[in-house]
Design a protein around this ligand. Sequence first.
Ligand code: SAM
Length: 237
Amino acid sequence: LYTTQTLVAEAVVDPGTGPAHYLVSVLRLGPGAEVVLFNGRDGEWRGRLVEATRKRATVRLDARTRAPAAEPGPHLVFAPIKKARLDFLVEKAVELGAARLTPVLTRHGVVDKVKTERLAATMTEAAEQCERLTVPQLDAPVRLAALLGAWPADTPLYAAIARDQNVAPWSRVVAEIAAGGTPPALLVGPEGGFSAEEVTLLNAHAAVRPVALGPRILRAETAALTLLAQWQAVAGS
Ligand code: SAM
């Protein structure tokens, strides 16, 4: 929370995982320590801790070190996978510039409940680590049929479909769309793959563009990161 001169970092959900706890208990910083802050809205600031407990830290802001900047990036729609690999996927998606993440529930998905609070914390840490000024938007999980039902026909959704020899390779598609500059929306299925009905649903949607990621079957997180990394390599953002 910003006032004109003071930023108050408060543990919002669980004091054991909040930013004040991190400064005090993990980094073991006390009054006078220099810190760098961002809140996804006001750029990056250098400041000094004035007071700090595990639940609340007050920082005197000395200078703005980076102005706020838009960080446009791909929208990744992904079927949730199990805990450690999901954390990995989300962390790397933040590093690779995703601007929005949407968990999508599918027939063969092994995970039906997504701990969005934990994912949000992982995303914030990843943004800090890679020095982004924004944390991607994280949506509530949505069923694939509902997602497609609400998806606009004029917004392409590039869907990674395994085992289909007739779809365009992502490496070629990405080169074509990068010239337009608009970051793409991307869809990756669950470990069990899309069901036959889901593939039919995807193929019937005007916005869906199936893409292939090469001759091998990639794990879901590898597929998601391949989509993002190739976009970043070509688009440079
Ligand atoms: N069990 C599924 C099967 O046998 O088809 C494989 C699912 S794969 C582990 C998880 C997801 O990664 C897929 O739903 C798809 O979105 C994506 N994927 C993996 N390899 C791919 C490839 N070579 N081309 C396109 N998408 C791929």
